[in-house]
Design a protein around this ligand. Structure first.
Ligand code: C2O
Ligand code: CU
Ligand code: CU
Length: 562
């Protein structure tokens, strides 16, 4: 009760227009050697008790990484937490072993050192933990950061790009706090809005064209962004690149995991104050953040109501417009880049993915949710995709709530939303797409450059409660036709996951037994081979790949040691 009252007061204050906290702008790291340290911290979100947090190189969030296309970058991610976690480079096109998905855990007190070439186009990406079942916990407690990729095409456009001066990252999140000011994970009572971990924020901006790099970093909530004076703004980039031309908007729907870069012309507003708001009253039902998160009023979600943010308009950021800088950008470019979507006729295959709730009926909003009838299994590869395949993925939502679908490895182009061409601001490069109830969304993409027969990429719903609840699947990209060997079921590995002791039931004794870690490094193990059984006594924690070599074939099995 007490908590609801306090948040209501905060809500009333923010609606009355008293933004009291200067917006935090994360520091930056650039160059070709990037070091992140994952650590615990405390942060003063609310009056009274400090909140326990997790951050990268600080108490909360992480530095903004500024990377140049074409650079080969060495990363080092040190885990000083007591928990295993991972760091995923959301939106970047990297090899699966560098992607930071659930199969590349960073054990406490160890350092993960991926290195790769930045191949992506100029846009705003982000990084966040991705340990299976723990993504929401680690993100909610604070670990997330922005990645800005620069390239020569973007550099030649007349755009604001002075970080913290006319080019600002905005990580928009909502969180739920308990009566001791601690973050509640897996909650539908997220009633505190923050930008860059700042509650009730204001930002002093120059009276010219400014650029906002917006990330919806929330666990579940969608925002329907607009300016309080209904000024138009211009979207210039979607998830993975600039759009062909700026798209004039008064509202921008942004769902968890999505990014958008917008330009706002504040030149006629010097001395005035304007708010970036979420016009959630205009959200259609069936989206988390609307009055009803499901398609029908009788569908309820535990804890969703009462919440002063659901279906109501609320302030996100107060902009105090001041004087111009010495070299302001004063016009919106008429053209940006050439966007070259993949022609539909190039597709080698169409894959159908259908989203359903585990249980039908009024409680179906509480999950879990399945993709093609199955839940995430770390040991199952759902799709094996030949290298250089061009594919259409057709996503159909047969549940009552919207799901922002995300795929690793690639950027895609939306072909149709319920049979129609998508709106202009969805015609660029994307890695997250919202699929509303009863909707079918088709996108096209190509799986290029990276193969790995062992480490999979993920696709999943970016509502972190749904993802952690199993609304995720795995694919590998392979250039080996003999890939079916991997799924051969004439040997059994158990228990899986295990605590170190693993049995492999075999039909005949292999000529060779090799164990590797996820990066392909050989692991020295002690094993006994009895007639139809191989016994490993102490496999190390993480994913172990066991390869059995026979004269005519090779069989690979993965086993997870917890
Ligand atoms: Cu932003 Cu698989 O994640
Ligand atoms: Cu991702
Ligand atoms: Cu979902």
């Amino acid at each position: 009760m007490k908590k609801i009252k306090l948040t209501l007061i905060g809500f009333l204050i923010s609606q009355a227009g008293i933004a009291q906290n200067s917006l935090f702008i994360p520091s930056t790291l650039s160059g070709t050697n990037i070091s992140l340290t994952l650590q615990y911290g405390t942060h003063s979100f609310l009056n009274g008790q400090l909140t326990n947090t997790m951050g990268a190189n600080g108490d909360i969030l992480g530095p903004t990484l500024i990377l140049n296309q074409g650079d080969f970058v060495n990363f080092s991610v040190e885990n000083q937490l007591a928990d295993t976690t991972t760091i995923h480079w959301h939106g970047l096109h990297v090899a699966p072993e560098n992607d930071g998905g659930p199969h590349t855990p960073i054990i406490p007190n160890t350092t993960w050192t991926p290195s790769f070439t930045i191949m992506d186009k100029a846009a705003t990406y982000w990084y966040h933990p991705h340990l299976h079942h723990h993504t929401n916990e680690h993100v909610s407690k604070g670990i997330s950061g922005i990645i800005i990729v620069k390239d020569s095409i973007e550099a030649n456009l007349n755009l604001p790009r002075d970080y913290g001066v006319d080019d600002f990252p905005l990580i928009i999140q909502t969180k739920d706090f308990d009566t001791n000011n601690q973050i509640v994970v897996h909650s539908n009572s997220d009633d505190v809005v923050m930008v860059n971990a700042t509650i009730d924020p204001f930002l002093d901006v120059p009276g010219q064209i400014v650029r906002f790099r917006i990330l919806n970093g929330s666990s579940q909530r969608a925002f329907n962004l607009g300016l309080s004076n209904n000024l138009s703004f211009y979207q210039i980039a979607s998830d993975g690149g600039l759009l062909s031309t700026p798209v004039q908007l008064t509202r921008l729907l942004i769902t968890p995991g999505e990014r958008a870069e917008i330009l706002v012309d504040l030149s006629s507003m010097i001395g005035q104050t304007v708010y970036i708001k979420s016009y959630a009253s205009e959200l259609q039902n069936g989206i988390y953040g609307a009055t009803n998160p499901g398609m029908a009023p009788f569908m309820t979600m535990n804890g969703y109501n009462p919440n002063p943010l659901n279906g109501t308009d609320f302030n996100i950021l107060q902009l105090n417009v001041g004087n111009q800088t010495a070299t302001p950008v004063t016009s919106i470019p008429s053209n940006l880049v050439t966007v070259t979507p993949i022609p539909e006729a190039d597709a080698d295959i169409t894959r159908n993915l259908t989203f359903t709730p585990v249980s039908m009926g009024p409680n179906q909003l509480n999950g879990e949710f399945l993709i093609n009838g199955v839940s995430m299994d770390m040991n199952v590869i759902n799709y094996t995709i030949p290298l250089n395949n061009t594919e259409i993925w057709e996503l159909t939502n047969q549940s009552a709530i919207s799901h922002p679908f995300h795929i690793h490895d690639v950027q895609f182009y939306i072909l149709t939303r319920n049979g129609s061409t998508p709106p202009l601001n969805e015609q660029g490069r994307k890695d997250v797409v919202l699929v509303k109830p009863q909707e079918t969304v088709r996108f096209i993409t190509k799986f290029e450059d990276f193969t790995n027969d062992i480490v999979p990429y993920m696709y999943h719903c970016h509502l972190l409660t749904h993802e952690d609840g199993g609304m995720m699947g795995q694919f590998i990209v392979s250039d080996q036709l003999s890939i079916n060997e991997i799924t051969k079921d004439d040997i059994t590995v158990y228990p899986n996951p295990s605590n170190g002791k693993v049995y492999v039931k075999i039909d005949k004794i292999p000529s060779k037994v090799i164990v590797r870690d996820i990066l392909g490094r050989k692991i020295e193990t002690t094993k006994q081979i009895k007639n139809k059984l191989i016994v490993f006594n102490n496999l190390p924690s993480g994913t172990n790949i066991i390869t059995l070599e026979y004269e005519d074939s090779t069989i690979t099995k993965r086993v997870i040691i917890e």
